[in-house]
Write a protein that binds this ligand. Sequence first.
Ligand code: PHE
Length: 355
Amino acid sequence: MSDYKKIKNKYLDKLNSNLKIEELNNIKTELFGKNGLISNSFKNLGQLKPDERKKHASDLNSIKEELQDKINAKFQQIEAEEINSKLKDEKIDITLPERDISQGKIHPVSQVIDEISSIFSEIGFSVEEGPDVENENYNFTALNTPENHPARDMHDTFYLDNDKKTLLRTHTSPVQVRTMLKGKPPFKIIAPGRTYRSDSDQTHSPMFHQVEGLYIDKDITMGHLKGCLNYFIKSFFEVDKIKMRFRPSHFPFTEPSAEVDIGYEMKDGKIIIGEGDKWLEILGCGMVHPNVLKNVNVNSDKYQGYAFGIGIDRLGMLKYGINDLRAFFETDYRWLNHFGFDPLDVPSNYRGLSR
Ligand code: PHE
């Protein structure tokens, strides 16, 4: 058998076996690469006598064509096999039921905080924040709250150390102190956030929410305070008129101090704000005590103003007809689905503050 035939038979055998794509590439190089068997045989033709050369050249050409065809066919075969096995492995089971898409809801407290922030931002209040873990000074002392004040009692305050130096803030008022210490008057801010007291029943939860308000400038009076709260309550409850009453009260950090009630009545089991002869307390407020201003280096001969602290959860309960405060914090999905807000729904009094 001629050398050509031997090459041909040997490689046809190889090409008929099971090959991977790399092995096929190697065979191609062995035969037709720069130093491949077929390539070299063509080079060697030149050394033969002319009559022999012709015969060899024709033999070699036909072997070359045969092997090339075989290699091409093999390439196609391997590719087809790969596609088929992929189709088998990656088969999509269209009978599978689709996965549940669960859309979240906005918690009523977040919703109410957004509404409050947007209403106050319309009349020039900016939003400040303070930490939940507060020090005794910012929560009490700087706010003119004496050593023996009942609010400092262990029964009311969650202390985080034995020295009673660190605590969970009992109100958002420490943000007044933080804001005034870091800036210069005038100040016009609200500060919504979590607050903590050792209390739990249908209308009290150990963790609840307040929004603090503070407006300090050269000639701010109690009249401004009344106007501001009146505007806020009307906007929040989306009513044209409300009944509001200021009751004298006491807070160590304001003088004079007042608690504010709004008038309401019950109609068909629903609360109607602004009518009737029932009263509901919703906030504490007053003119910032000169001692507080002194503690934060604000000259109380030049500057004065008001502060207020509103219970956020209670406002939400009233506006959205929720009657148990504790349900707010029980993370019951059924409750949240019922009382929560669609993230894509824009409430009518929402004026575009980004969350
Ligand atoms: N911090 C008071 C409270 O929690 C509310 C308040 C704030 C009163 C600001 C007066 C001024 O009850």
